[in-house]
Design a protein around this ligand. Sequence first.
Ligand code: NAD
Ligand code: ZN
Length: 248
Amino acid sequence: MSVERAAELMARARAGVALTGAGISAESGIPTFRGAGGLWAQYDPVKVASIDNFLRDPSAYWKVAKERGPAVLAARPNPGHHALAALERAGRLIAVVTQNTDGLHQDAGSRRVIELHGSGRTVQCLDCGSRESRAEVQARLEVEMPPRCKMCGGIFMKPTVVLFGEAMPIPAVEEAFALARAADVMLVVGSSLVVYPAAHIPSAAVDHGATLIVVNAEPTPLDRIAEVVIRGRAGEVLPELATLTSAA
Ligand code: NAD
Ligand code: ZN
């Protein structure tokens, strides 16, 4: 069975690297963008969550964030996040590279987390640079729209996430590709693998000799270069994978 085969590969990993997408947090109650039940069915994130839209009208951005934010802030790590933290503690993973901005890997105890799209837990004023926690700004939305900077009164309070149209943080991208090139096993979880350059990371790993394992609810474009493809829910598959890996 494929989880057993994946566990055999994981058990031998000396430089295992995980790449995660929105799918790993779906079972924590955070909707994905793509895939069944994805947010793109409700509205177009390229319009709402683009830097152009944010700079033109921060209220339009924060009105959606007001609806969506509380569920994200209240979300807890699920067994999938905990299993990746356990694999790191056991020495089978050396890092988690994530496209997510929810902070749930850190909450689960993963120590080396590379956030390709930044973090939604902090908000920064584009005028004066001061930072506040997302929870504080989120609470103000009830009385203030858009939220204003406490230091300078500016209206461009932006979560420290990469919006559509913004560049990804170069140090994080470089670290992710360096990890991929040095990886012996690359474990992709809950990513549609259609957002670039994140989707290039597993190919870079395979090109440099890594074995690829894909855990996803739906097919991905990189399934054909994977050694093992496990179609299922991350919160169910990963705990089984971690248990079998430690027993192998
Ligand atoms: P994605 O491209 O990573 O696609 C999600 C994939 O997960 C889909 O292929 C889907 O079939 C799969 N999936 C859904 N539920 C699953 C489950 N329980 N177990 C395993 N697989 C499952 O992500 P996206 O939704 O297209 O979003 C793209 C970008 O949007 C992300 O890279 C991120 O920057 C941002 N985003 C972040 C969050 C978050 O922080 N949690 C949530 C939504 C979007
Ligand atoms: Zn300011």
